[in-house]
Write a protein that binds this ligand. Sequence first.
Ligand SMILES: Cc1ncc(C[n+]2csc(CCOP(=O)(O)OP(=O)(O)O)c2C)c(N)n1
Ligand code: SF4
Ligand SMILES: [Mg+2]
Length: 312
Amino acid sequence: MTDCLNTDLLDDPLGDDRLNTDLLDNSISVENPVERFLRSDRMPHIWCPGCGIGTTVNSFARALIESKIDLGSLALVSGIGCTGRVAGYVKLDSFHTTHGRAIPFATGLKLANPKLNVVVYSGDGDLSAIGGNHLIHAARRNIDLKVICVNNLIYAMTGGQTAPTTPDHSTTSTNPYGVFEPSFNLPHLVEAAGAVYVARWTTFHVRQLARSISEAFKKKGFSFIEVISPCPTLYQRRNKMGDALDAMKFYKEKSKIRHGAPTSEVGMTMTGEIIVGKFVDRERPDYQTMMKAQYTESLGERFVEPTEMVCS
Ligand SMILES: Cc1ncc(C[n+]2csc(CCOP(=O)(O)OP(=O)(O)O)c2C)c(N)n1
Ligand code: SF4
Ligand SMILES: [Mg+2]
């Protein structure tokens, strides 16, 4: 990348039309700081122009830099969907699993190797529809997972069908006359189920999102970060909400930062306020701590802590 290219050097010193490429090769080269977290050989990616998923990946990569987390002990698990493709584009130990099963897969990883930092990165449909049961039970058990839920308010990859997160009155491929069923308020759902950290941002809030992800890395227990993200191709277009730039203007205008807001009050509507911020940050023992305490109490010295499983 040549962000700091000195264009004077591009002037042809030989007085003819050929570009002097020797001078170009010596120009200053600046690497994009997040590039080293990406599998550049997998580019171009599949995401549409203006899609918000790439923006969330940028914030995620910046959180990796900011938190100085050991990449060797990090694993990322995705389900299926446009968001699920994140697992294929990050240069980390990552797993693109089956639809709705990212959380059980991640739970297995964490139980087998408790030292791992396990991130689940998936879509609203994957996590709260087909995977909804796993979501609430992982929160109830307080499994030490960091869940990043990209909520574009629909099943995007399969054509824009209504999801449990689709606000009422919006138009989707399966509700061409408007959605009439109530939608999930995800922060409220996971808080009620037991999550210890719950935040919501939009793709307009790139710095706040990166900071929340860094913060979640420091928490032990079930952390859930929802990112409201535009799908210009399906949701925005069908709902006449304009392009990606219009989505950013909409998020800027409609978002209100309310840290500590009761999650019962942060439900989304199609055109109303989007309450963002850190809603929950609390402590309670995670699954593995509770398991150890229970087995120690019941078995005493007969309890042997499982050792880390290493694949050879
Ligand atoms: C068992 C199973 N059922 C259904 C599908 C089809 N399917 C693939 S992705 C998807 C929805 C994904 O929606 P979401 O998680 O919100 O991701 P997005 O594409 O919106 O990022 C569905 C229903 C599938 N792959 N597997
Ligand atoms: S269909 Fe929507 S969510 Fe999927 S890549 Fe395109 S804009 Fe993004
Ligand atoms: Mg979706």
